[in-house]
Design a protein around this ligand. Structure first.
Ligand SMILES: *[C@@H]1O[C@H](CO)[C@@H](O)[C@H](O)[C@H]1NC(C)=O
Ligand SMILES: *[C@@H]1O[C@H](CO)[C@@H](O)[C@H](O)[C@H]1NC(C)=O
Ligand SMILES: *[C@@H]1O[C@H](CO)[C@@H](O)[C@H](O)[C@H]1NC(C)=O
Length: 429
């Protein structure tokens, strides 16, 4: 027993020595992490050595650990191929998975994997769901630092406050929520009725539509409306869409219009693609009012996301529109580089009046084709991450499989011959 603990101690010392040696502040966690997860706050990356996206995240993660070194948040990583018990306990199903762990609660990070966004996330998650604003100038600081935040104004009790607080708890991983007094709010926002909920978004502010008659709504209806409002308003007008946030964006029940360009490893975009994206962005901001109700816009820096919508490898840049409720998509007929704002307007109008050509959908053949396309793409990604391991993983079973198939086929032929032989014997006797 004692010996065991001594070994553990040595192992810990070793682990720390190893991490400081390559000057990284990232703690190497093992299955023993399960014993200490409830102690304090953790920011953990679950990864697999063969995964390409994990490798890309590595330097960013080291910077995050460095930035959080003098805080009470510990930054670690778990190799899920070695410590599968931890991976299972946290229901990790994709690599990399990033989680903020606070006592018995864990929150999966779904944003962009940049140092800034990761630190914003930690900053949000380490505090309470709704933060109190008690100084008048704090709102100016918030406006300067956050393009979007939600604020509750008024006395903190009653149904609107309860619903706002529970939405804040649910959406804490995705947005900032504050509460303040009428006196402070008056200096920054035009206030008609209190209590009220509002969102500050890209230098304007908008009230929760039912703020002035919320007491007429059924509690369940109010709850649902406020949750939907938060999910709709928490996205900027022209956000970057990634594999992780697309599931939330499509919940807005609007058409999703994506400008697809290709970013390289340094997040740089070729000049002509940048021009295309800027053209779409300007168009979107100019026509914000016209399209706000039916369309959510965004841009994509990794074409593979658009490929899985289109089930095809389209050249960048291009424009694609997804109807998430039917899984159908639309693509303009014109050459993307020749697209003008007028052409985009006509294209969106034809989608709106349902005359645009439609692709994809949810029919069985399309679903099968989509599954096949996804499998093919993930295998290719895995190959890019680690060709040797992929060939071994898939090569060996395939080798075995062909051996088994071969023996089954041969056995069948042999059996058949035997069966044919036997009756002849019988006839002779
Ligand atoms: C409010 O709505 C959200 C989302 O629809 C739901 O998850 C939550 O349970 C609801 N809360 C109450 C108290 O009904
Ligand atoms: C998606 O297509 C269906 C059927 O054509 C249509 O009823 C629905 O309005 C479309 N979705 C959106 C977000 O408009
Ligand atoms: C649909 O919109 C397109 C583009 O504005 C227009 O050319 C077409 O005539 C419209 N069709 C119908 C049936 O309204």
């Amino acid at each position: 027993m004692l010996c065991n603990q001594w070994k553990c101690f040595l192992f810990l010392v070793f682990a720390f020595a190893a991490t400081t040696a390559d000057s990284s502040r990232v703690l190497e966690l093992s299955d023993r992490f399960l014993d200490v997860r409830n102690e304090g706050q953790w920011f953990v990356k679950f990864y697999a050595p063969w995964c390409a996206h994990c490798k890309k995240l590595e330097p960013v993660w080291a910077h995050v650990a460095q930035a959080l070194y003098n805080t009470n948040i510990r930054v670690g990583r778990v190799d899920c191929t070695r410590f599968s018990a931890v991976a299972q306990a946290f229901r990790v199903s994709a690599y990399p998975t990033i989680m903020f762990i606070k006592g018995p609660y864990d929150y999966v990070y779904t944003g962009d994997r940049t140092k800034e966004d990761l630190l914003h996330f930690v900053n949000r998650m380490s505090g309470p769901p709704v933060q109190q604003v008690t100084r008048p100038d704090s709102i100016d600081i918030l406006k300067a630092n956050n393009p979007i935040f939600f604020t509750y104004v008024g006395k903190q009790d009653g149904i609107l406050w309860d619903v706002f607080y529970s939405a804040a708890e649910s959406y804490q991983p995705h947005g900032y929520f504050y509460a303040t007094s009428v006196e402070i709010a008056k200096r920054h926002f035009g206030i008609d009725t209190v209590p009220a909920a509002l969102v500050y978004k890209e230098r304007s502010h908008y009230y929760f539509p039912y703020s002035d008659n919320f007491d007429l709504l059924e509690p369940a209806h109010l709850n649902e409306s406020l949750f939907r409002w938060v999910n709709e308003e928490r996205f900027p007008t022209f956000p970057k869409v990634t594999r992780s946030n697309i599931h939330h964006i499509v919940q807005t029940k609007k058409y999703l219009v994506l400008a697809v360009v290709e970013e390289n490893k340094l997040s740089e975009i070729a000049a002509h693609e940048q021009e295309f994206r800027d053209m779409v962005e300007i168009f979107v901001h100019k026509n914000k009012q016209k399209y706000h109700g039916r369309f959510q816009f965004g841009w994509v820096g990794t074409p593979d996301l658009a490929h899985s919508i289109a089930m095809d490898t389209l050249a960048t840049p291009h424009l694609i529109v997804l109807n998430a409720s039917t899984n159908e998509h639309h693509i303009p007929e014109d050459d993307p580089l020749q697209l003008t704002p007028e052409a985009i307007e006509l294209f969106l109008d034809s989608i709106h009046n349902q005359t645009a050509p439609t692709f994809g959908g949810n029919s069985l053949p399309v679903r099968i084709y989509r599954a096949w396309f996804e499998a093919k793409t993930s295998l290719y990604d895995m190959w890019l991450g680690n060709p040797v391991l992929t060939s071994v993983l898939f090569g060996l079973p395939l080798g075995f499989l062909s051996l088994i198939m071969y023996s089954i086929c041969c056995a069948d032929i042999l059996d058949a011959e035997e069966e044919e032989d036997e009756p002849r014997h019988e006839k002779k006797e």
